[in-house]
Design a protein around this ligand. Structure first.
Ligand SMILES: Nc1ncnc2c1ncn2[C@@H]1O[C@H](COP(=O)(O)OP(=O)(O)OP(=O)(O)O)[C@@H](O)[C@H]1O
Ligand SMILES: [Mg+2]
Length: 264
């Protein structure tokens, strides 16, 4: 799909990709590369200038305006700035997501405590958002996004405002949600996280998909040969490094780290 904004700015330029049900996918790329545009297109907040977007077999261009809210009920959405209702408690923020989809009070009373337990918020259910840490607020927003068990969860920079340790907790939570069968698409700048998780990585550059790796890192991996070439080249060699010719000892350079499979 392509998206040109009315200002003339290119959001996406013939970006084509497919995500299977139950996948966990990172969307990475420099600022302005089009990550949020992908999210906005999937949410049907904006329409593509060109191309077709299908979600669960539905062509989004065929969804008429008044059906858009119903379509969006299939999506859980998590933002960098949480977007919680400040005058409602944790419990009510999550319950609200069920109310708007017409669930009965009985159902709400049954479901909310469950989801708050899953997200580790059982002790905070009476707190208001301003009485929570950033990580806790993001947990509430994830609880709210997930309480309807949407088939697709979109998270745009979910750890953008959080410290590294809290970010790991949040990503674990998204991963746990993914394991229930929900497809998860995460736009992020969080290089350490992407490198640690080793999930599928889609990279955008100037609105185009330039990389699609099954278990990728934030930046494309350098091969041993490329590394050797770089080290031999005087212009790019770091000062003070004398280099012997390097063989194809790929294994010495690969440090996949420990993936986050905590409780599979
Ligand atoms: N509402 C808009 N009107 C005009 N241009 C826009 C609009 N939203 C985004 N753009 C442009 O589209 C391009 C992609 O923006 P987008 O927000 O998708 O990038 P991003 O990858 O999410 O960046 P970031 O990492 O900074 O969040 C940018 O050049 C941006 O200026
Ligand atoms: Mg963005």
């Amino acid at each position: 799909m392509s998206k040109r904004y009315s200002s003339g700015d290119v959001g996406l330029d013939q970006a084509t990709f497919a995500v299977d049900r139950s996948e966990f996918v990172f969307l990475v790329g420099a600022t302005g590369s089009g990550k949020s545009t992908v999210m906005r297109l999937l949410l049907k907040e904006v329409d593509p200038t060109e191309g077709t977007i299908r979600v669960a077999g539905h062509d989004l261009s065929e969804i008429v305006r008044k059906r858009i809210p119903y379509y969006r009920r299939n999506l859980g959405v998590v933002f960098q700035d949480f977007k919680l209702l400040p005058s409602r408690t944790v419990y009510d923020n999550v319950a609200y997501a069920l109310q708007v989809t017409g669930r009965s009070r009985k159902e709400i009373r049954a479901k909310v405590p469950d989801i708050l337990r899953l997200t580790g918020l059982s002790l905070k259910l009476h707190n208001y958002p301003d009485q929570l840490s950033g990580g806790e607020q993001q947990r509430v927003s994830i609880a709210r996004a997930f309480v309807n068990h949407p088939p697709l969860l979109l998270a745009d920079e979910p750890t953008g405002n959080l410290d590294p340790e809290t970010s790991i907790d949040i990503m674990r939570l998204l991963y746990r949600i993914n394991r229930t069968g929900t497809t998860v698409l995460v736009a992020t700048h969080d290089q350490a996280m992407v490198d640690k998780m080793r999930r599928r990585v889609l990279e955008l550059s100037e609105g185009r998909i330039i990389r699609d790796e099954a278990t990728g890192r934030y930046t494309r991996e350098e091969t041993t040969r490329e590394f050797a070439q770089r080290m031999r080249s005087p212009s790019t060699r770091p000062p003070g490094i004398d280099v012997e010719p390097v063989g194809d000892e790929e294994h010495l350079l690969q440090d996949p780290g420990r993936p986050l499979h905590e409780d599979r």
